[in-house]
Design a protein around this ligand. Structure first.
Ligand code: NAD
Length: 317
């Protein structure tokens, strides 16, 4: 049964009258085929129809787009992480979750969040450590279950490199940013592909700084450009196995990583002022795009960069 994803959008009256696609007239006979129902108590339903911000989603009505799917989410550090919003949305859609975190410092926080999310497995995985990626791969193989979706929500650059001119980036800082923010996607894809036996989706997170110059994004912009190119190469190579690889280019959101960028709040202010939607990107909007990629709805899309940024990327000035 197809989930009713438009639940919060058109009114019941609109849905009850199917319009002739060419002339805009009611189509005879179609009316009977639409079931009249309330998926939640009528008063709540009426309230839910007003345009909402935040999740914009009626949590009582769960289409379960990821039911019976297992999803691995890498890069959960705390409640503000985009990985947390994504894991929550995946859980809402019925996915079984496997979560990873970077190391001992994050263990307690992430284990608490994992409990809250009802995650099936949590394990430490520092992507600079080949042994950690190998352990992740072995664990997934040992489980014997198919993996359907993977989210790579990992990036890092030295704080100094996000505060001084780009041409001052050290060799070491350049390589570190690329290793963690880009190469890790390649290493993870290699580790997970053998257990994505029915195909599936790998999604990473990128930012507009890959295409345009944004103050202080510097080496991270260059690493994101390499990440986006990697998405295309991986999509091309893994496509025959029906593994789709895409990226979400999120608008600026206050997270621990974002705080590492000098004057990040200025970027946030400018985007909020100039973006077509005149508002900042919310983590739930990014998370719902990740659900799209991971679900059957995204089955025809691979090698794409999807902007979830209130439309800011179309603006010239
Ligand atoms: P975050 O700090 O919550 O997440 C970054 C994650 O990367 C953390 O969990 C951190 O532990 C992990 N990480 C760093 N080094 C690692 C390593 N060696 N091994 C394993 N994990 C490591 O911040 P976030 O904003 O949620 O970032 C998630 C992704 O979203 C990043 O790729 C980021 O570039 C991207 N992104 C963020 C924004 C934004 O404005 N916040 C916008 C666009 C894209």
């Amino acid at each position: 049964m197809m989930p009713d994803l438009l639940h919060n959008a058109p009114s019941e009256a609109q849905l009850l009258v199917w319009l002739d696609p060419v002339f805009g007239r009611p189509v005879p006979g179609r009316r009977r085929s639409v079931r009249k129902r309330h998926c939640c108590p009528a008063p709540a339903c009426a309230a839910g129809r007003s345009a909402t911000r935040g999740s914009g989603y009626n949590e009582e009505f769960m289409p379960q787009l990821l039911k019976e799917r297992t999803a691995l989410v890498l890069g959960l550090a705390n409640r503000w992480s985009l990985a947390y919003a994504i894991a929550r949305a995946f859980r809402r859609e019925g996915a079984q979750l496997v979560l990873t975190y970077q190391g001992d410092r994050q263990q307690e926080t992430v284990e608490d969040l994992a409990r809250e999310l009802g995650a099936a497995r949590v394990l430490s995985c520092d992507v600079t450590q080949e042994a950690d990626i190998e352990r992740l791969s072995e664990m997934l193989r040992a489980e014997g279950e198919d993996l359907h979706a993977v989210v790579h929500s990992i990036a890092f650059a030295n704080k100094d490199d996000l505060a001084r001119p780009f041409y001052m980036t050290s060799r070491e800082g350049f390589l570190l940013a690329h290793e963690i923010s880009c190469y890790s996607l390649v290493a993870v894809a290699r580790a997970v592909a053998p257990v994505m036996r029915q195909g599936g989706s790998i999604t990473t997170l990128t930012y507009l700084g890959s295409q345009r110059v944004l103050p202080n994004y510097n080496v991270m912009g260059v690493a994101k450009a390499a990440l986006e190119a990697s998405v295309r190469y991986l999509a091309s190579e893994l496509g025959p196995q029906q593994i789709r690889v895409n990226a979400i280019s999120a608008g600026p959101i206050k997270t621990a990583s974002a705080r590492g960028i000098k004057d990040f709040s200025k970027i946030l202010e400018t985007v909020t002022e100039k973006a077509p939607l005149r508002r900042p990107t919310e983590p739930d909007e990014v998370a719902d795009a990740a659900v799209f990629f991971a679900s059957h709805l995204g089955r025809g899309v691979t090698g794409n960069i999807l902007y979830v940024d209130s439309g800011y990327q179309i603006m010239g000035i």
